[in-house]
Design a protein around this ligand. Structure first.
Ligand code: NI
Length: 232
């Protein structure tokens, strides 16, 4: 499932991110790419142990933890500390699939014993579509190729199993945060069913509050979640 989550950040939060990112030291983005994807990747990135990245990342995670659409769609167990990238001057990222497992780095960049299985990939747009040309995130699934270019502050979630790429940025700069989520429900099909059921229950709750079938359906939701989820 490809899920667009609007207004994850307010305009003020986006502006604060941009202010700090504009003043930060950027490095070659190939540092976090796997062996294969390094060949396809051409962008700039903040180092994982950069204080700016850590601070803004913590702010983004805190905001997401209060976002009900993110909670329902991702059923998050672990969120990899958000990273930041920038594409300009024709830079792009060719076709690739994200690494399956990510090791979390400590505050000095040292490896920790924390690992995140990447079930979902997230891109949080920090520049608006009018600020750059190109830079579309192209995500392939069984229904074809989807082009994603969202307003600043909006986020897209997609299965990390997807083949995807970022088109060359031919004008301006595309700045974004990107990270991964280990979901309590590993399988995208099961997670999508739970999300659809959750939305349907919420609509019924609004339109037919007090109907006894709502209790039954909510029970079905939780019993499926119990069957499919891992909480650790
Ligand atoms: Ni990727």
């Amino acid at each position: 499932m490809l899920l667009h989550i609007p207004n994850v950040l307010t305009a003020e939060q986006v502006a604060e991110c941009r202010r700090q990112l504009d003043a930060a030291d950027w490095i070659d983005g190939r540092v976090t790419a796997g062996h294969q994807s390094a060949k396809a990747k051409d962008n700039a990135q903040l180092p994982e142990d950069s204080p700016v990245a850590r601070q803004l990342g913590q702010m983004i995670v805190a905001v997401l933890e209060r976002n009900p659409l993110f909670a329902a769609g991702a059923l998050p167990l672990k969120i990899f500390p958000p990273l930041f990238n920038r594409y300009a001057g024709g830079q792009s990222f060719g076709n690739h699939v994200d690494n399956a497992i990510r090791q979390v780095r400590g505050s000095q960049g040292e490896p920790t014993q924390q690992w995140v299985r990447t079930d979902l990939s997230a891109t949080l747009f920090l520049t608006g579509p009018d600020e750059y040309d190109g830079g579309e995130l192209m995500i392939d699934d069984t229904y074809g190729s989807h082009s994603v270019k969202l307003p600043a502050g909006d986020l897209v979630l997609y299965p990390s199993t997807s083949l995807h790429r970022v088109q060359p940025v031919t004008r301006g700069a595309r700045v974004a945060s990107f990270f991964w989520i280990q979901s309590m429900v590993r399988d995208d099909g099961q997670r999508t069913l739970l999300f659809d059921l959750d939305l349907a229950i919420q609509h019924l709750g609004a339109d037919a509050a007090g109907h006894p079938a709502l209790v039954q359906l909510t029970g079905v939701y939780h019993n499926l979640l119990r069957r499919w989820a891992d909480a650790s």
